[in-house]
Each structure stands twice: as C-alpha cells, then as structure tokens.
Design a protein around this ligand. Structure first.
Ligand SMILES: Cc1ncc(COP(=O)(O)O)c(C=O)c1O
Length: 391
C-alpha cells in the first residue's frame, strides 16, 4: 500500500520547492517539512474529484457534519467528548495557537514552552510581543519528561499560558496520564490556561490522553493534516472546554474573521474522519516498520547517530553528538550526504547536536534514505556489511 508515492517535484510541495534556498542544493532528499511522502488516502481524493464535477464554488460554511465527524472520531479514538457549539474552524493549528495567545494574554505577558519543541511555539509568542519562558524537558531514565520543579520556579504573576505539545514534536513522547495530571495541577494552582496542540494525536503508537480530559482550562487544537497528509487543505479546529474561556475566545475570533474554510477542505476533513480508520492503522504500521528498520541500522553500540524510538509521529529526533559536529557543520554534513534534515538547534538550545528526520516516506523513498545513511555509517566505519553506493 505504501510501496511507492507520487512524485512531488514541481508540485509546489514546500519541502521540495524550497530546497535550494534552505540547503543550497536541489539534489537532496528533503526530509524536513513535517508532511509525508505518502499519497493522501484515495477515498479522500475520490471524494474531492466527485465534488469537482459540480461546477460552482460559491460561499460555504463548514458543515456541522464535518465537525460531527471529528467529534465522533475523538470520542472513539481518544475518549474526548466535545459539543459542536464549543468548536471553531481554523485554517491551521498555528493560526489557532496565535489566536489563543492573542485572546488569553496581553503584550508583555509570559508564556511557557517546553523545549526542545516545534520552533513555531517560540516564534508565535515573540511575534505577538509576549515573553517566552522556557521550561526545558529533562531526560530521566533515558527518556524525556516534564521538569515540574523547574516549571514551578518559572511561574510568575505574569504567566498566563502554557503551550503543550502532545504528542511532542520533536522528541516523540506520548505523555502519560500521570505526567499530564501533575502538569495540570500546577497549572490549576496558578490559573494558567493550557493550549494543547494535539495535531499528532492520531499518530500515537500508544494511548494518547487529551489534556482537556484532565483540565477544563484547555484550548484543544486538532487537525487531520498530519495523519492523513492533508496540510495543503488548510483546515483544523479549535475547541474550548470552559464556558467563560469560550466567551473570551469567541470575541477575539469574531474580530479577526477567519471565514469558514474552503469547499474542498470541508470534504477532505469530513471524509478523512468518517472513513479513515483502516487506512490510518495501515499507515501507523508502515511508519513503525520504517522506525524499526532504522532502529536496527542506527542503534548499534558504536553508531555516531542514535535515536529513541518515538511513541508517536513520523519524526525522529536523531542524537548526532557522536559525529562531533556543531550546528551548521552538522546540518552541512547531512546535506553533503544528500539529506535535508531540520537542525536540532532550531527547536531550542537543548537540540544542540541533534537533527530531526522525517520518516513519513513510502518504501521507495525510504530506501533512498537507507542508502544515504549507510554511506554515512560506512564512512564512520560503523557499517561493514554494506559497500558504498553513489546515491
Ligand atoms: C506540533 C505541531 N503543531 C503545529 C504544526 C503546524 O500545523 P499547521 O500546519 O496546521 O499550522 C506542526 C507541523 O509540523 C506541528 O508539528
């Protein structure tokens, strides 16, 4: 099912289109932007084709049936119960994150992030002239977790929001209910609103706990974009779980007028949530096979590149400290070997020596990645079973 995928060269795909600008070369495998080199499910494409048979694209509102499809999905898969009236359309999760920052804080207020984390969290805070407060994740028993003692120290009367990435990009954690409960009790004590970016929740390989199940002062951001490879459709939702917060949010939401989304996005959204179960479980199996194969290749005793197997997402947080290269030099090293990855340092200072690799790839592209990684291992004398290939 995922053995090949459509050629994205010259399809205006950002990760291909921007290669020259970002990496200085076009002849690299682009494994940076977080979408997949995997075809969007055919049942979604078929529904879009059917709609195109109708020749009028006039005004629309986002249909209740689309919201209801997401509500039913969230109930079935994650046990989250939501009312349609508490949900709003948004073209992107990042739009929603910015709206929540604007609605629930003012210029100069402090907002907590937990780096290393998706870089747009910090930039959204700064773009809105709020103050970024870093509550870095800590490594415990070989894996990342919240540093709650540090969090308590960082909270001041100016702290209004915490941006939670759950599951976490880039470290791949699916936060345990107990971890989230501890976090929520600190937020409750200090009256902090939590913006829960749960865009990756349907790509969790273990049980995901929606933060809103534990904490009413949550703004939940959801989207089918990652799981069904629909980012170009620009459709997502914002859900409020508290009446007072909803009123405050709604006032701001009306003032910016986002519209209601577009005709094709409404269809893709509804169809994905209504019919996506079988496809998504096959996708998750495929992603885990990719991860397992890289685990075998990279996580050997003296490998200079290692990773913890992610509990969610198609993103691997590669620990490249064994290559002994600094930030630019490390990124350049991968480019020289034909790979365009994200620099770990872009996710926070904690990412020094790390790179983020996207393995959301069909088999034919994944094999190109394997060859390029094997060449690196051969160069580092860590791979005796392969001979170098020009790739
Ligand atoms: C955690 C997280 N939030 C938000 C986004 C962006 O979502 P959108 O394109 O809907 O703004 C990404 C994309 O990589 C992400 O990883």
């Amino acid at each position: 099912m995922f053995s090949t995928s459509a050629n994205r060269e010259n399809s205006n795909a950002e990760k291909y289109q921007a290669r020259l600008k970002k990496f200085g070369r076009e002849d690299i495998l682009p494994l940076w932007v977080a979408d997949m080199d995997i075809d969007t499910p055919s049942f979604v494409v078929d529904a879009l084709k059917k709609r195109l048979e109708h020749p009028i694209f006039g005004y629309e509102t986002m249909p209740d049936s689309a919201f209801e499809a997401q509500i039913a999905w969230m109930k079935r898969h994650h046990g989250l119960l939501v009312d349609r009236e508490n949900m709003f359309f948004s073209p992107s999760v990042l739009t929603s994150l910015n709206l929540a920052i604007q609605a629930f804080s003012k210029i100069g207020d402090e907002i907590i992030i937990q780096p290393p984390v998706y870089p747009a969290f910090a930039s959204s805070i700064l773009n809105n002239q709020r103050v970024v407060v870093e509550n870095s994740l800590k490594v415990e028993d070989g894996d990342y977790t919240f540093d709650l003692e540090d969090l308590k120290k960082k909270i001041t009367p100016k702290t209004k929001l915490l941006l939670l990435c759950s599951p976490h990009n880039p470290v791949g954690r699916v936060w345990k209910k107990e971890e989230l409960l501890e976090l929520s009790s600190i937020c409750l004590e200090h009256n902090i609103i939590v913006v829960a970016d749960e865009i990756h929740c349907d790509l969790a390989f273990k049980k995901h706990t929606p933060f809103a199940l534990l904490y009413q002062q949550t703004v939940t951001l959801l989207s089918p974009a990652k799981s069904f490879n629909l980012s170009g459709m620009a459709i997502s939702t914002i859900t409020l779980h508290d009446e007072e917060l909803k009123k405050r949010f709604e006032q701001h939401y009306k003032a910016v007028h986002l519209g209601e989304g577009n005709t094709l996005a409404h269809i893709a959204f509804e169809v994905a949530y209504s019919n996506g179960e079988v496809w998504l479980s096959a996708l998750k199996k495929h992603l885990q096979e990719n991860i397992d194969e890289l685990d075998k290749l990279l996580n050997t005793p003296n490998s200079p590149i290692r990773f913890r197997k992610p509990e969610a997402t198609f993103l691997l947080w590669l620990d490249c400290r064994g290559l002994n290269l600094e930030n630019e030099a490390l990124a350049d090293y991968f480019v020289e070997h034909g790979l365009g990855l994200n620099k770990g340092i872009d996710f926070g200072l904690e990412g020094k020596g790390f790179m983020r690799l996207n393995i959301g790839l069909s088999r034919n592209i994944f094999e190109q990645l394997l060859l390029k990684l094997k060449n690196i291992l051969i160069e580092k004398n860590q791979c005796t079973t392969f001979t170098r290939k020009e790739v």
